[in-house]
Design a protein around this ligand. Structure first.
Ligand code: N01
Length: 535
């Protein structure tokens, strides 16, 4: 059996994988990335559903490692659409000649650490065996889709799609009765678009949500020039704050300390700006003080309800059972207005639960709803999910999914003890999706590159996390989340959207800037907390 050998294998060719290939090449490594899709983009390759776009502004949702790249790329909208982001990532792949080190249409199914040879042995979906000194997971936070098991699914005579594996050629919804299950960020983006195409749309909503308007707009010539001219200034801003975005409100007022009129003014100002940050970070205390949070939630509900004509429908859409920001705040475009259309019906799946899929449609609350197309906007097994889905065996043949059976842990979210020479990009225990993820990815990849450079220069070829230090980091992760309203509700953030997955908020919430400082400190102290060896 022939075994191809590389210094590093990268899992995935999304934002993280592309950048990892680029950086690892720079230090002279032989690199190969395996990507299950037929093109680059990862999340932005798969999530082609109608209405898919990012809710981080295009000028921040861009790589910063190359100023030339930033100067030559032209974003066309404030919040970029999926096709535009996919084009951008294809441009990056071409501009930095990354494709020659990517094998498309190939998954890594199994990774076993070969202790005798101090390397990873990988098995691909094409049955090839690959050896790599280092394994870098760029598998993404939202790449393992979740589809609920609903009885009768196999009997359905119509078409079924999950939003995160939407066919590239699109789906013809004209003259069809369409059902959408799920009203998270995905459903709320897709529903207004699907409503425009379908004969009739039935939305199955289990949990009502707060939605902030995107206030999206095209970028004119002047705005594009300004984005380019301020590249360095914005980079400084991104480095300095908790979420890695520019224009982040530095010193917002306390909601509780403002009189009602000023509070309303600040809120309306944020609403006009739109997007998640302007409203959610308009006040200093709504993420920590339950009273302040309640007021903000009420203000948002009041605004949202103004858009819905039918009070009964508004009531179902806006009887919200959780504090604002306790689950991912949703950004919408014409979402509530969509329910004013004659061809849209809201089914409250909290009072009329989905019981079964039938040959002709779906049964909820005892009623049969006839459907030609059923769309699952039901989300993902996030962050640890893609890693647990791979058969990863560390020291002594221990499976990563066994180590993580009660909780996914990793020192700095980068290396899980017992799984040497495996680096995770935006893994559990790092800020990950609680920041501008492309910027978090760059920080992780740069850190990994520097670490591998250090190891090479010092004659090391084996890195593991000290288990005690990993435990200590997990405690720091928990401490940083203390007293935050974030995560106080069940959602994919806590893993509770996945049956049987242990509940927990496995993100470092102390801020990307503080996390970066911690990673730098560890590096400056000779990778303190990691066990470096020569084998
Ligand atoms: O997934 P979700 P998503 N019966 O888990 C429902 C990112 N993202 O794909 O809330 C009925 O949030 C479930 O109901 P409930 C972003 O980070 C970003 O929408 O559990 N319903 C919920 O409504 C986001 O947070 C962007 O009661 C069922 C929905 O399915 C993350 O991706 C755009 C059900 C799942 O919502 C995930 O978002 C899109 C069942 N059996 C996504 N099972 C932007 O940048 C599940 N549901 C804008």
């Amino acid at each position: 059996m022939s075994v191809e050998k590389f210094d590093a294998v990268v899992v995935g060719a999304g934002i993280a994988g592309l950048y990892a290939i680029h950086r690892l090449r720079e230090i002279g490594f032989s690199v190969k990335a395996f990507e299950k899709g037929d093109g680059v983009g990862g999340t932005w390759y798969w999530n082609r559903y109608p209405g898919a776009r990012c809710d981080v502004e295009s000028w921040d949702y861009s790589y910063t490692f190359s100023e030339e790249l930033a100067q030559e790329w032209e974003w066309t909208e404030r919040y970029p659409t999926q096709p535009e982001i996919e084009r951008y990532l294809n441009h990056v792949a071409d501009r930095f000649d990354l494709r020659r080190d990517i094998e498309f249409g190939t998954r890594i199914d199994q990774a076993c650490f070969d202790e005798s040879e101090n390397r990873w042995l990988l098995r691909t979906s094409k049955d090839a065996t690959i050896a790599a000194r280092y394994l870098v997971s760029a598998a993404g936070a939202l790449s393992e889709k979740f589809t609920p098991k609903i009885s009768g699914v196999e009997t359905f005579a119509g078409e079924q799609y999950h939003t995160s594996s939407w066919p590239a050629e699109g789906v013809d919804l004209a003259n069809k009765r369409v059902g959408v299950i799920g009203t998270g960020s995905t459903g709320i983006q897709a529903i207004p678009q699907i409503a425009k195409e379908a004969e009739h749309l039935y939305v199955f909503q289990r949990t009502a949500q707060h939605v902030i308007p995107a206030q999206n707009h095209p970028l004119d010539e002047d705005q594009r020039r300004e984005i380019k001219a301020t590249f360095r200034q914005r980079l400084e801003e991104k480095l300095a704050n908790a979420v890695g975005m520019s224009g982040f409100p530095e010193d917002p007022p306390s909601l509780l300390e403002l009189d009602a009129e000023t509070r309303r003014e600040v809120f309306e100002g944020g609403w006009e700006v739109g997007g998640p940050v302007a409203v959610n970070r308009a006040f200093s205390d709504t993420g920590t003080n339950w009273d302040a949070n309640k007021v903000l939630g009420e203000l948002v509900i009041e605004k949202n309800s103004e858009a819905v004509n039918d009070p009964g429908v508004a009531d179902k859409l806006l009887t919200i059972d959780h504090p604002i920001g306790s689950r991912r705040l949703i950004v919408g475009i014409d979402y509530f207005e969509t329910y004013n259309r004659d061809n849209v019906t809201l089914v409250d799946a909290s009072t009329a639960p989905i019981e079964a899929i039938t040959a002709g449609g779906l049964r909820a609350g005892g009623d049969e709803i006839e459907l030609d197309v059923l769309i699952y906007a039901t989300g993902f097994d996030g962050v640890s999910g893609p890693l647990m889905a791979m058969d990863i065996q560390g020291v002594g043949g221990r499976l990563l999914r066994d180590k993580w059976a009660t909780r996914p842990t990793a020192f700095l979210g980068l290396v899980a003890s017992g799984f040497p020479n495996l680096f995770m990009i935006t893994g559990p225990g790092s800020p990950s999706i609680f920041s501008n993820v492309i910027f978090a990815i760059e920080q992780h990849v740069d850190w990994i590159k520097d670490c591998l450079t250090y190891m090479t220069e010092h004659g090391f070829n084996h890195i593991d996390a000290n288990p005690d230090v990993e435990d200590d980091w997990t405690q720091q992760v928990d401490k940083a989340a203390e007293n935050l309203i974030v995560g106080s509700t069940k959602s994919w953030w806590t893993g509770e959207n996945i049956p049987g997955k242990p509940a927990g908020l496995n993100f470092y919430l102390g801020g990307l800037h503080n996390y970066r400082a911690k990673c730098d400190e560890v590096a400056d102290n000779g990778y303190e907390g990691f066990l470096l060896q020569s084998r």
